[in-house]
Design a protein. Structure first.
Length: 538
């Protein structure tokens, strides 16, 4: 057999078969929560679970073997690996630029410890977080005179600051944003990068003189979140308004972008933007002297309360991306957020000048990096090519470039797409432009495929029987609703499974289908007031 023939054999061997022949396949538990002694028996070598057969185990393996996270020794707490950190930093840079366009947003960082009396000042607000609050009660050998809560959210830290800073209409609007971590300890069933006891997030708070200004910003920020998901993560989302039961505690109303995972038939609240009205302003006494001064009968200046918003995006976004694009081989990363967009793999053979192949691979990497492409060369000599292919597929790198003796002869490389597996031979002279074009195509194709799958999952119903059948088929259900909490509670109770939570409202989309006068609520038979998305959720 010729050298070029042996080289072709290596390339044509499937990555999965190489893994099966040379490696012990890892066994993972549901969402990655395992005892340490069990973890030590595990070998990190391949995705053994099927996405459509055992999604929890598949997702756990994708997160860990794709090098997004490492489990810590405390349940529900995860170590973010460089791939996840790169994604989060990319989202942060994008958000910072968008908030700069929004205007007037100052980045700050507030303390993470909150005095108990401060946290409980707004009782209605904290009631929703009460079960999740973690308390610090000791310092060294001494009990603290007052317990401190680890930040579950920052309203009760930031709004006293607003009160002290805002005096007149000239101080408005006031907008602050911080990139911090929060702790919510109640979580009994953690899911990596979806639902954990500690996570990173971006948290914005703003105050305005008028309701109209606040309402405008709510949607402006929501549109930014939509672009983060669709432009960076290639994940389609639905923009809408949460029902009263699902809105943020203490808010007038909550808007959100909702993602949907077709494989599981579950929705994910991807990001939220809340209009808080004047509820927190009244509690924290955030008032200002208006441009047109008004006085009461005693001549005292009447100070109106500010109108407030809050808005946030978390590392949950990374989990949604992994769930949406991942496949049987592992993680699939959109090029815009990938730590490495291209991996170059040398394909050496006996009797061939391997040093020259290595130098040419480095030259390819240098050319790509010079064009702004994030690339690296896999120089690991103790692994076969097939193993390397499977390893980088598992990590989700968008493009793989292979370079061997035959390629040297023809002055070309082989390029392989991670998302489709399509292979192509590209002349070296055309490589940089071809790679840049392919990265754009992959970014767009990932979104288009995910969008098509989402649209295929949406089912419009008008009766209870249609609703139950759509839910059984793991659909995202769009149904007419009378907008009554009691009806939503009944739906949730009547759709509970043996080991499955009932369905609930996800959001009422801004883009509403026509609502006829005779359209009735699918669950109660009362006149419908709106079309709302329903489903099970994370």
């Amino acid at each position: 057999m010729s050298k070029s023939g042996r080289e072709e054999d290596v390339r044509s061997s499937s990555s999965q078969s190489m893994v099966e022949k040379t490696l012990e396949v890892a066994k993972a538990s549901v969402f990655g929560e395992r005892k340490e002694k069990e973890m030590k028996k595990e070998t990190r070598l391949g995705i053994s679970a099927k996405k459509d057969e055992d999604f929890p185990s598949w997702y756990s393996q994708v997160c860990r073997f794709g090098e997004l996270i490492i489990l810590s020794d405390t349940k529900g707490l995860y170590i973010l690996e460089p791939s996840a950190t790169k994604i989060w930093n990319t989202l942060r840079s994008y958000m910072d630029a968008e908030l700069e366009k929004l205007g007037g947003v100052e980045e700050k960082k507030f303390p993470m410890l909150i005095k108990r009396d401060s946290l409980e000042k707004e009782k209605d607000h904290i009631e929703g977080f009460k079960p999740e609050v973690a308390w610090v009660t000791r310092a060294g050998e001494h009990d603290l005179p007052t317990p401190y809560a680890l930040r579950p959210t920052s309203e009760t830290i930031i709004y006293p600051y607003f009160k002290n800073r805002i005096r007149t209409h000239r101080d408005l609007p006031m907008k602050v944003n911080q990139w911090v971590n929060v702790v919510r300890w109640e979580v009994s069933d953690p899911i990596p990068l979806i639902r954990g006891r500690e996570f990173d997030w971006q948290e914005g708070h703003s105050a305005f003189a008028t309701k109209e200004e606040a309402d405008e910003e709510v949607l402006e920020v929501l549109n930014i979140y939509s672009r983060v998901y669709e432009d960076l993560l290639s994940v389609p989302v639905i923009k809408g308004r949460k029902c009263d039961k699902e809105k943020f505690a203490g808010a007038d109303y909550t808007t959100s972008v909702e993602a949907f995972i077709p494989t599981t038939g579950r929705g994910v609240q991807a990001a939220t933007s809340h209009c808080l009205g004047q509820n927190f302003a009244k509690m924290f006494e955030i008032a200002f002297e208006d441009k047109e001064v008004k006085r009461d009968k005693k001549g005292k200046i009447i100070k109106p309360m500010v109108w407030q918003n809050s808005w946030g995006l978390s590392t949950r976004s990374i989990g949604v991306m992994a769930m949406t694009h991942g496949d049987e081989k592992g993680l699939v990363l959109p090029p815009k957020v990938a730590r490495y967009q291209v991996v170059v793999v040398p394909v050496p053979f006996k009797g061939v000048d391997t040093k020259r192949i290595s130098l040419e691979c480095q030259a390819v990497k240098t050319a790509l990096q010079g064009a702004g492409v994030r690339a690296l060369v896999d120089e690991r000599a103790n692994y076969a090519c097939g193993w390397k292919y499977a390893d980088w597929e598992m990590k989700g790198v968008p493009l793989r470039i292979e370079l061997g003796p035959r390629d040297l002869e023809k002055n070309q490389v082989r390029v392989v797409r991670r998302d489709t597996g399509v292979k192509m031979d590209v002349l070296r002279v055309d490589l940089v432009e071809k790679v840049k074009d392919l990265l754009e195509v992959i970014q767009r194709d990932l979104y288009d495929v995910a969008k098509r799958k989402l649209q295929e999952c949406i089912q419009k119903v008008e009766t209870w029987d249609e609703f139950k059948e759509a839910l059984r088929l793991k659909k995202l259900v769009l149904a007419p609703w009378c907008d009554e909490v009691e009806v939503e509670n009944d739906v949730k109770e009547n759709t509970k499974g043996e080991n499955e939570a009932g369905a609930k409202t996800l959001c009422t989309p801004f883009e509403q289908p026509e609502l006829r006068e005779d359209t009735l609520c699918f669950a109660s038979g009362k006149p419908a007031k709106k079309w709302t998305y329903w489903g099970r959720s994370y």
